[in-house]
Design a protein around this ligand. Structure first.
Ligand SMILES: [Fe+2]
Length: 273
């Protein structure tokens, strides 16, 4: 079973289309989305419609929650973007009630937690606080009790988004927690320029996988990030991390042209932060 993991699209249509093209070319059995389809970016409608069409399901991210219900703990830029996104979705209902309401129904149905292939618990943030809690690699050093608690709450493996930083947290009884960025993992196929790294899961480890962000990467790398999870009964499971260039200028120009979206939301795409 090959499952594409996408997350944190944030209304970035150009990045989402590139990622979906690459997924299509490689071939997968299904695509799942770990949340934050909307917020920040200029094309929320198109992104929701594409996720609804292409993904088996999506999870509730904090920005999806903000747009549907209310922003909580958002800075001014994020709050303004959430309110603009809500207005766009509501105006779309007035213009075309059938597709507009179908879109809102899709958003209203998305869950905060799902299970994939029996052993992968999927949440946007963390198993402790599914919508809002960040798990950063720095937490291993700065807040070990938090990392330990989160791993205690996981039986086997977990798929998350939210930080916009791709990688794998692993935990073993012997060595405690560790975090590996995709570039520090081995690459099985040096001829594949888009493949950054592959992690093969060890039976003794618990693991939390973050595929990174499609539409607003924050690891000082401006390329769209996603992953493909390979699960089979008789072989160790693996996750492949990919990075793709897309037309950042086109997205940034759209953001700059919308008064209620701060220019910083375009600038940061070039910087990958
Ligand atoms: Fe996000």
């Amino acid at each position: 079973m090959r499952t594409a993991l996408i997350s944190d699209i944030h209304g970035n249509l150009e990045a989402l289309e590139k990622v979906l093209e690459d997924i299509d070319r490689r071939g997968v059995d299904e695509i799942i989305c770990l949340g934050d389809i909307v917020g920040y970016g200029p094309n929320p409608i198109e992104c929701v419609d594409l996720v609804a069409e292409k993904c088996s399901w999506s999870l509730m991210g904090n920005h999806d929650f903000a747009v549907l219900y209310e922003p909580t703990n958002f800075n001014v830029v994020a709050k303004d973007a959430a309110h603009w996104t809500r207005d766009v979705l509501e105006e779309a209902v007035e213009k075309d009630p059938v597709s507009g309401n179908r879109r809102l129904e899709f958003l209203n149905r998305i869950k905060t937690r799902k299970c994939h292939e029996q052993i992968y618990t999927c949440v946007h943030g963390s198993v402790r606080k599914p919508i809002n809690e960040y798990l950063f690699d720095d937490d291993i050093r700065d807040d070990p009790a938090k990392v330990r608690r989160i791993f205690e709450m996981i039986d086997d493996r977990c798929l998350v988004g939210h930080t916009h930083v791709p990688g794998v947290f692993v935990y073993t009884e012997e060595d405690g927690p560790d975090f590996m960025r995709p570039s520090s993992l081995g690459n099985e196929d040096p001829d594949d320029p888009i493949l950054v790294g592959v992690h093969q899961f060890h039976p003794d480890e618990k693991a939390i996988v973050n595929p990174g962000s499609v539409g607003q990467p924050r690891d000082q790398n401006d390329r769209a990030s996603y992953a493909i999870l390979e699960t089979s009964e008789n072989e160790p499971h693996k996750v492949h991390f990919y990075r793709l260039e897309y037309d950042i200028s086109a997205v940034a120009d759209k953001i700059y042209a919308i008064d209620r979206l701060d220019d910083w939301l375009g600038d940061r795409l070039f910087q990958g932060r």
